[in-house]
Design a protein around this ligand. Structure first.
Ligand code: AMP
Ligand code: GLY
Length: 432
């Protein structure tokens, strides 16, 4: 995001808190040592700089009320209020909103009592997905394959303190099958503008094995959606959600991220909403944007999205995440990184968990770098990204080798439910 904002002819100066060595290397950028969720310090910095626009990346700051505080200080702000950010900050809130608005999503119940949760699990026909209600950096979801596993996960969260406060309430959901797609849309409270589609590989290991992570790699566009399918998802999933948020007094101004499952029998259904750009979807999506992003962000902040569609470059982009030793369980930090390529029009290495120590670049987080390439097609984009990776090195570096290889489209569900069929199954939600 910093790369695209700084590249705008409308941008004179970009101050990033806290940023990282990759961001600091962009022209026009100054990084300041303020944490991304330090609300009063961020407001003070934006006021003293007389910022023309404040853009927020992470959900933690939005859920902590950064948008409300910035707007109260009179600053134009890109990102939802705390109340609207609940669409990501509380899975229970999101599920109830969708249920009421008729937005297709898995059958669910919300529980803070273990006995009631176990009774719900036992009453379901199949295994149940267990989700911490609050924010857990993409790791608070257990996709169980047996009832025993669902029960253990619910116990772990509700009484074992897993995910701290975020897990004191759980959402239990029917397990859906199908292919996943990420769709991102800019929203000014009312109007929506879709960004190009993408697919994330969320699990740690090749072949979609291993624990869930924040995301190990992406490509854009998704071959599963054509323009007509995107429009249908916009009208049947995004639009009713945005209308329901506004009707609840929580108009959404920012980036609305739909994590969708294309189910064979019931069409596209919502797995999750995020209230910010996805990581690492954004790396692939913004690599393809053929547009100055800044007027769009400013338009969202002003409640006046520019008209028309966002222009996109042809071809495909692919982002491969390089992760640190032990990620996601026991991440080791501080390993020196070497071999980064110079940025080119079709290749950029985005930094995530890095820091500078003198003239050395060190690992400083679980997902360290996002190697992102664009090509005429997916094969070319993959080849360019994986070729660049061969020269990059740090101790313990690991990554998936199959980003973009999930191309079989058989059995993907784009169907609408049959006429008169119910979007959401009967008998839910079970609130306890
Ligand atoms: P979330 O953080 O809600 O996106 O969940 C993380 C991942 O868990 C998703 O990307 C899906 O792969 C999987 N998942 C979440 N909910 C369900 C569900 N109801 N059925 C099947 N898989 C799910
Ligand atoms: N890549 C998933 C997310 O940003 O939540």
């Amino acid at each position: 995001m910093a790369w695209r904002i700084a590249a705008s002819p409308l941008c004179e100066k970009l101050i990033v808190a806290p940023g990282n060595p990759g961001i600091a290397a962009e022209p026009k950028v100054t990084c300041i040592p303020v944490a991304a969720d330090a609300v009063p310090e961020l407001v003070a910095a934006a006021v003293s700089e007389k910022a023309d626009l404040v853009v927020c990346g992470p959900e933690v700051a939005l859920c902590a009320g950064l948008g409300d505080a910035m707007r109260a200080a009179g600053l134009p702000f890109f990102g939802p209020s705390r109340a609207a950010a609940e669409i990501e900050g509380s899975k229970a809130f999101a599920k109830r909103l969708m249920y009421q608005a008729g937005v297709p999503t898995a059958a669910f119940g919300v529980f803070d009592d273990l006995g009631a949760a176990e009774a719900f699990i036992d009453a379901q026909p199949g295994p149940v997905v267990v989700k911490a209600d609050g924010l857990a950096a993409g790791k608070g979801v257990v996709v169980a394959s047996s009832k025993q596993e669902s029960r253990l996960a619910a116990r772990h969260m509700l009484t074992g303190g897993a995910f701290g406060g975020a897990g004191r309430r759980v959402v239990l959901e029917q397990r859906l099958t199908g292919r996943e797609v990420s769709l991102l849309a800019l929203c000014d409270g009312e109007r929506l503008a879709l960004l190009p589609s993408s697919e994330d590989h969320k699990t740690l290991r090749d072949g979609d094995q291993g624990p869930n992570t924040g995301g190990m790699g992406t490509y854009s566009p998704s071959p599963l959606l054509d323009a007509a399918a995107e429009q249908r998802i916009l009208e049947t999933i995004f639009r009713p959600t945005v209308i329901a948020l506004a009707a609840a007094g929580r108009p959404f101004q920012g980036l609305l991220y739909g994590g969708l499952m294309l189910t064979p029998d019931r069409g596209p259904m919502v797995i999750e909403w995020n209230c910010r750009f996805g990581d690492p979807e954004t790396q692939s999506v913004l690599m393809r944007l053929d547009e100055d992003l800044l007027p769009w962000l400013a338009g969202v902040a002003a409640g006046r999205l520019p008209s028309g569609a966002l222009r996109v470059k042809p071809g495909t982009a692919c982002c491969v995440v390089l992760a640190a030793d032990g990620y996601p369980e026991r991440t080791r930090l501080g390993d020196p990184i070497t071999g980064l390529p110079a940025p080119a029009d079709d290749l950029r290495v985005f930094h995530a968990g890095t820091r500078r120590d003198g003239d050395r670049l060190l690992t400083a987080g679980g997902r360290v770098l996002g190697v992102t390439a664009r090509g005429a097609d997916l094969g070319a984009a993959r080849a360019r990204a994986y070729d660049a990776i061969q020269k990059i090195a740090f101790d313990g570096m690991h990554f998936r080798r199959d980003i973009g290889l999930r191309l079989d489209v058989a059995g993907v569900g784009l169907a609408e439910p049959a006429a008169g069929g119910e979007r959401n199954p009967p008998g839910v939600p079970g609130d306890h």
